[in-house]
Design a protein around this ligand. Structure first.
Ligand code: ATP
Ligand code: MG
Length: 404
């Protein structure tokens, strides 16, 4: 992609109405645009990151046999009355049609996936089933001042699994927990498996918490067991498993896994016929990952005073070529060669000072940088990683070797 054609805008100044580091940096670097508190547009750069994150999630979930679908976001009131959540779901956005019908703007999707699955699952032979989607959610959040960490509209991956009994749910939940760790690791984050309340059918639900001072949550972490307990449920000083002293950390919840038991199956009368011809309730689990929150968390963890430092796996581009325009045509040639194998952003702009190009490149945070400066007269360019301070002089013909 030529930077001269990329639709974006960067800002030297921090936005006055944002407190969080992720929103400040993502807005300044041209990834997102603020519409209102907790409501953002994603520009082409921002969408590239979202797509990368989503595809990592897809790859890992597909590997463990989950199937992707897409559920509606307009939920008839009756569905939410069946679970009793029309009145008690705190952050529910409600809307009315011209005909008087009322709807919820989906904050989560149990209310539509259970009725859907009820049409498909009849006997034990139809189980287990694991379905997920990557979709928009709406929540009327009161505290929407953490940028992408808490949106009123945000993207979530939600997975729902359906089983014959509680043991099968627990077994599958463990598999998802393992898969989540892989997903977060691939996204460049160390997410700590955290015991939390909210498990109706098991003692705990599991949260995945990324330690950072900007987090809203607090966890007690055991450095030895690499596990933690959410402060909301567990206020002890010592690890339940190994008795080591726990460390208090601020953190961001990027995902969670729940054993739902038969709660929603009962609400929607979701049953199956067992081997012995008996009717039994379906046992279920639900598993969320906040996709846009994850993007915000990555920025909170990976940045310096100059801007974002994207992990390679989720970066909008892999290579940023800064052409300082010392020799005509060379930048074009290097760019055209590298795009055969890499995602490249080529700063081909005329009449932009080198200083501005460097500053913008630091802000945007693409992992590898190739600077075509004065040394190009001797067929040399300067190369470095965004995360490194020092450049390395490389002959044009060795660029690929260096990248590999
Ligand atoms: P929180 O306690 O942070 O409000 P939650 O318990 O309401 O989260 P779930 O309803 O289980 O979260 O949603 C699953 C995932 O979606 C969360 O782990 C989080 O990563 C993400 N998430 C939840 N609410 C938001 C939001 N308002 N903005 C962005 N992501 C969110
Ligand atoms: Mg919430």
């Amino acid at each position: 992609m030529r930077q001269s054609e990329l639709v974006y805008k960067t800002y030297k100044e921090e936005p006055a109405d944002e407190k969080s580091r992720n929103a400040k940096l993502l807005i300044r670097a041209g990834f997102i645009e603020k519409v209102s508190a907790g409501i953002y547009n994603f520009l082409p750069l921002g969408l590239r990151v979202i797509n990368k994150i989503e595809n990592i999630i897809r790859e890992e979930l597909n590997k463990i046999g989950c199937q992707e679908l897409l559920l509606t976001n307009l939920h008839p009131k009756e569905y939410w009355e069946k679970t009793g959540r029309w009145e008690i779901f705190d952050a529910l956005f409600k809307t009315k049609s011209k005909t008087g019908s009322e709807y919820a703007l989906a904050p989560t999707h149990e209310e539509v996936i259970f009725p859907l699955v009820k049409k498909i699952i009849k006997s034990y032979k139809d189980l287990p089933v694991a379905l997920y989607q990557i979709n928009t959610k709406f929540r009327d959040e009161l505290r929407a001042k953490s940028g992408l960490l808490r949106g009123r509209e945000f993207i979530m991956k939600d997975l729902y699994s359906f089983h014959k009994n509680n043991e099968e749910v627990e077994k599958f939940k463990k598999l998802v927990d393992k898969t989540y760790k892989k997903i977060f690791k691939r996204c460049g984050l160390n997410a700590i498996e955290t015991f939390a309340s909210g498990g109706t059918f098991s003692k705990y639900s599991t949260e995945f918490q990324v330690p950072t001072d900007s987090g809203e949550d607090e966890i007690y972490y055991c450095e030895k067991c690499k596990k933690a307990w959410n402060k909301e449920i567990y206020k002890k000083d010592y690890c339940e498993i190994c008795k080591s002293k726990l460390v208090k950390l601020k953190s961001i919840e990027v995902g969670n896994t729940f054993n739902l038991g038969t709660k929603y199956s009962e609400a929607f009368d979701l049953k199956y016929i067992d081997k012995d011809n008996k009717e039994r309730p379906v046992y279920a689990g639900c598993y969320g990952i906040g996709v846009t929150r994850l993007m915000g968390a990555i920025v909170e963890v990976h940045n310096d005073e100059k801007g974002i430092i994207w992990p390679e796996s989720v970066a909008p581009f892999k290579i940023h070529i800064l052409d300082l325009k010392f020799k005509k045509g060379v930048g074009e040639k290097i760019y055209k060669d590298l795009i055969k194998n890499y995602e490249v952003l080529y700063d081909d702009r005329e009449n932009v000072s080198p200083g501005e190009k460097f500053a913008e490149s630091d802000l945007i945070g693409i992992p590898y940088r190739i600077v075509i400066g004065e040394k190009i007269k001797n067929n040399k360019v300067d190369i470095k990683k965004r995360s490194e301070k020092k450049y390395k002089e490389v002959n044009i013909k060795d660029i690929r070797k260096w990248l590999n």
